[in-house]
Structures are given as C-alpha cells and as structure tokens.
Design a protein around this ligand. Structure first.
Ligand code: NAP
Ligand code: GLV
Ligand code: GLV
Length: 330
C-alpha cells in the first residue's frame, strides 16, 4: 500500500496533526533534491505530495509520476505545470483566500515603506545619526491623492484596492494585463464608481504606485520589462508581492539606478532567493523575503487548508480547493 502523504517540508500546526490523524505520513529528514522528488513521485510509494513553492513539478516529472494529487502550501501554483498534471490525472490543490488580507497588508506596507523611506529612516536611527527633529529630515512622498494602479484585480488586488481607498488614494486597475477583458458593474461590486478600469498601457502611464497581483504564467512573465518601466512616471514606485519573474529584475535595477522610476517595494524576486546584481545597493527600495502571507494565524489557516486538500485527495475525493478539478473527470 502506498503511503498517503509525502510532505516535503513540515506544515505549521495544525497541518501535521491533521495529516497524521488521517493517514500515513513520510517527512524526509532533509529537503529533497529535484531528482529525489522526481524519484519519489514515480516510485509508486506515495499517493499525495504536500508541497512548497520551491518544489518544482515540471512536465518530465509529472509524465513519469504515479501520484494522484499535489497539495501546494500556497495560493500560487507556478511551481507546478498544471496542464501536464491534468493530462496525467493529477489533482492539484492550493490555499486561496486565507492569505488575501495579509498579503494586501504587505502591499500597503511596501507602498508606505517606499513612499516614506522607512528602511533608510530605520537605519538612520539605528546607526546613531538621529540628533533631533529637523524640518527637512528624510522627506518622502504622500500617498493620499496619488493613483494606485493594480495589475490583476483578483482577491489580493481587490483587498489592496480596499486599503488604498481608505488611505485616500485613487485606484485604477487592469484585470488581465498585458491584455484586457470587460468587467461588468456587477463584478466590480463594492468598487463600482470607485476604481477605474484602464488598459495596461494606460495603467502604466497613470500610476504613481503600480502594484502587481497577477499569477506567474507564460503571459505574465516579464510583464514589467524595460519598455514598461520607461513608460512609467519618473516619480513612480513599483510594488511586487506577486511573483519575481513578473518583473525583469535586472531592467528594474537599471531603471532605479538611472532615475527612470523613483522606487520599488519587493517581496518576491526573479531568481529567489538570489537578488539581481545591484538591487541590494539601491536606497530607494524596500526588500522583503517573500513574507506576504507570513502571519501566525494565516500560516495556520493555510496549513489547515493544505492538509484538508491533501486528505480529501488521498481519499480520492475532490479537495476543498482544487486548481484543476477536470484532472479527475477525464
Ligand atoms: P486571484 O484571485 O486568482 O487573482 C489573480 C488576478 O490575475 C485576477 O485578476 C486574474 O484575472 C488575473 N490573471 C489570471 N491569469 C492571468 C494571466 N494569465 N494574465 C494576466 N492576468 C491574469 O489570485 P490572488 O489570490 O489574488 O493571488 C495572486 C497572486 O499573488 C498569486 O498567484 C501568487 O503568485 C501571489 N501571492 C504572493 C504572496 C506573497 O507571499 N508575496 C502571497 C499570496 C499570493 P481574472 O479575474 O480574469 O481571472
Ligand atoms: C505565496 O507566495 C503564495 O502563493 O501563497
Ligand atoms: C511634528 O512632530 C509636529 O508636531 O508637527
């Protein structure tokens, strides 16, 4: 009999308890290499893999795999080739919703952090340079009255918009950059009359702050490249809590170094955990280590959902949050 769950990295409470109560669990002592993960997936020894963003399930791994499900401990699933998983009748589960507010909070933190030079100011105090209040010490920019452009108007994009409106920002959005699609008033809901639908080229030019909330796909890879950066306001700030490769990071470093845009707040990086050359030397950035969903309560809720998805899949039931429900209808 195969083991029910291969857990690549232990889940926070109550995830592991739920998995142990529901079935058999293997938790390798050390992180599996990509070869070891591929071998485990084709060994016939496991039903469901409980996976992290760093575990890559590409076409060749999936084509040889005997597992029936992957429960990803994240809402983003760009580490998994979903089309190949579906072809191989491998169901994928993710953790949407529970991390929406925390990630939108982080986008606001980056917006404010860059606008008000929070990292520079903190370093100023810690290095003993603060000698008292001064009229022109560390002057930054207001966010009230400024335009926040939101690329991808899904759960986190909308939660960020809600926060920005309460800060007195103007909110504009493009639902599916670089393309577009119609958004009816009914779909806009609470944002009808409050958020302006723009095309991607219009959003790029109108934004004082441009915040990215699209998934990483073939269409969104390098959505923000050198050309896009050159069309932004020179006073603009780019905020990325989505995925690193949505931005051409070396082009961003160049734009920030040359005054093409004014600043950037990043939680994710193109070759995470590596940073593009020169990025860490730029003062006009706030750089966080992919902590969008990192609150104690949110990580516990993600663990609960991730375990629930895995448990359902091990029982051959459609999980609470399937990414590709069609995987088992074929
Ligand atoms: P969501 O509700 O699915 O929203 C995604 C938005 O992107 C929607 O507006 C969607 O358009 C649009 N979109 C989907 N596919 C697209 C494509 N191929 N090209 C352009 N636009 C596309 O997702 P969410 O829960 O807000 O999460 C968004 C992303 O945030 C995740 O995928 C993940 O990568 C990232 N994330 C990061 C952290 C962090 O720790 N920094 C935490 C959580 C999530 P439609 O409305 O037309 O479908
Ligand atoms: C985190 O980045 C997620 O996609 O949940
Ligand atoms: C600043 O601290 C002020 O009181 O204006």
């Amino acid at each position: 009999m195969p083991t029910d769950f291969l857990v690549t990295t232990a889940l926070p409470d109550p995830g592991m308890t739920m998995l142990h109560e529901a079935g058999s669990v293997v938790l390798p002592r050390a992180r599996l290499s990509s070869d070891e993960l591929a071998e485990a997936c084709r060994s016939g020894e496991f039903r469901v893999v409980v996976a992290q963003l760093g575990d890559i399930f590409d076409e060749s791994l999936l084509n040889a795999a005997t597992i029936t499900g992957i429960s990803n401990y994240a809402v983003g699933v760009n580490n998994i080739d979903i089309a190949s998983a579906t072809r191989q009748s491998i169901m994928v589960g993710n953790t949407p919703g529970v991390l929406t507010d925390a990630t939108a909070d982080l986008a606001m933190l980056l917006i404010l952090g860059v606008a008000r030079r929070c990292v520079e100011a903190d370093q100023f105090v810690r290095s003993g340079k603060f000698t008292g209040w001064q009229p022109e010490l560390l002057l930054g920019h207001d966010i009230t009255g400024k335009t926040l452009g939101i690329a991808g108007f899904g759960r986190i994009g909308r939660a960020t918009a809600r926060r920005a409106l309460s800060f007195g920002m103007h909110v504009a959005f493009c639902p599916r950059p670089p393309g577009d699609r119609a958004v009816a008033d009914g779909e806009l809901g609470e944002f009808a009359g409050k958020a302006t639908h723009l095309s991607w080229p219009e959003l790029i030019e109108a934004s004082d702050f441009l915040s990215l909330h699209v998934p990483l796909t073939d269409e969104t890879h390098h959505l923000v490249n050198g050309d896009v950066l050159s069309r932004m306001k020179t006073s603009a700030v780019l905020v990325n809590t989505a995925r690193g490769p949505v931005v051409d990071e070396q082009a961003l470093v160049s734009a920030l170094s040359n005054g093409v845009i004014a600043g950037a707040g990043l939680d994710v990086y193109e070759a995470e955990p590596e940073l593009a050359r020169g990025l860490a030397d730029l003062p006009n950035t706030v750089l966080l280590p992919h902590v969008g969903s990192a609150t104690i309560a949110v990580r516990a809720n993600m663990a609960r959902l991730c375990a629930a998805n895995a448990i359902a899949m091990a029982r051959a039931e459609v999980p609470p949050h399937p990414v590709n429900p069609e995987a088992w209808n074929r």
